[in-house]
Write a protein that binds this ligand. Structure first.
Ligand code: KG4
Ligand code: ZN
Length: 331
């Protein structure tokens, strides 16, 4: 089965061809450079970029895969969550392709697609259910108890900022650029001192079962520290290191709690922040110790991409019932 995936929920215009779980092509064109001077995504700029590039990106994905429109059996498109104007471009384009080729168009949830991104290129195979699905990205920091393909139950989420958003805001505060994740990670790797700053780890006390996140407090703590610091490059490096340690400590702790609470033995991780080498390493070590099987996405599938959208759409089409809903009327 040949699926064309389309993703336009935020600032990446992406298209991919997936055949029975295997990725034949995956193209991503990002408007991130246009948002850099604002230090965050400007919705209007993002949607205009999608309008300009969606057609070209789809054509390239088809060409890379050696496929034509006539070969497509299914179109899968991100339906929610995301910036409304950006989502609309992808959905309208997907419906047009469906209409032109008389192809069914299926809508998928972007966060659910991130959860399954670690199974891409895995020959149609998912981990056996149940497993924990953890998404750490610029828009989400959430933990799901995934009981079946169509039952992803949200058990923990951020109360304020997402982890990636916190990385971006810290980088902006320190004048380091945008997006902040990779910049902060690289900067933190340069820290050689022993005088780490102890930024707060918000574990949201009250219940040891609490697996929600909060990252706004650490952002404020960094802001106050930075205001009264000597504002040297050395200080920036120390802040990046200490901030990253605090964020990863919290993610580790919440994942440990969620595993204990649910008793599941497998964990699937996804989202842009999973690019972070320290986070990947720390979670690998933690889960190995706990004898939990960890599924990590390849680096190219951590951030927003359309291969994960095609993959999930194909799964719904083949095995879905309640989430197998079509956005057009051709089936
Ligand atoms: O999944 P994604 O591409 O978009 C959303 O769905 O949000 O994630 C983008 C986020 C940005 O906030 C970016 O700063 C963060 O992922 N990110 C990282 C790293 N690479 C990207 N955060 C920490 N370390 C990284 N290496
Ligand atoms: Zn995403």
């Amino acid at each position: 089965m040949v699926t064309l995936g389309i993703e336009t929920s935020c600032d990446e215009t992406a298209a991919a061809i997936v055949v029975d779980g295997a990725v034949l092509s995956s193209r991503v064109s990002s408007s991130v450079h246009l948002h850099a001077k604002y230090g965050g995504v400007v919705p209007e700029i993002a949607s205009r970029y999608h309008v300009e590039y969606i057609s070209r990106v789809c054509k390239l994905a088809l060409k890379d895969a050696g496929k034509k429109l006539e070969d497509i059996d299914l179109v899968a498109v991100t339906e929610t969550p995301g910036l409304p104007g950006s989502l609309l471009v992808g959905i309208a384009f997907a419906k047009a392709v469906g209409f032109a080729g008389n192809i069914p168009v299926i809508g998928v949830n972007h966060v659910d697609a991130h959860i399954l991104s670690c199974f891409l290129d895995n020959k149609d195979a998912l981990a056996p259910f149940p497993f924990l699905g953890v998404v750490v990205s610029g828009g989400h920091t959430s933990i799901y108890h995934c009981k079946s393909l169509e039952d992803f139950h949200l058990i923990g989420r951020t109360k304020d900022d997402a982890a990636g958003e916190a990385f971006d805001k810290i980088a902006k505060m320190l004048g380091l650029g945008y997006p902040g994740g990779l910049i902060v990670e690289k900067r933190a790797a340069k820290f050689k001192g022993k005088d780490e700053i102890h930024f707060p780890r918000a574990l949201l006390k009250g219940s040891r079962d609490n697996i929600d996140f909060s990252f706004s407090g650490i952002k404020t703590a960094v802001m106050y520290y930075w205001r009264s610091s000597s504002k040297t490059e050395k200080e920036k490096t120390k802040i990046c290191f200490s901030f990253q340690e605090a964020i990863i400590d919290v993610i580790e702790k919440k994942i440990s709690r969620a595993l204990k609470l649910t008793g599941v033995k497998r964990l699937a991780l996804g989202g842009g922040v999973v690019n972070n080498a320290l986070l990947r390493g720390r979670l690998k070590a933690l889960l190995e110790k706990k004898r939990i099987e960890l599924y990590l996405p390849k680096k190219e599938y951590c951030g927003d991409n359309a291969a994960m959208v095609a993959f999930l759409g194909e799964k719904y089409f083949k095995y879905g019932k309640k989430k197998k809903h079509f956005l057009n009327e051709v089936v």
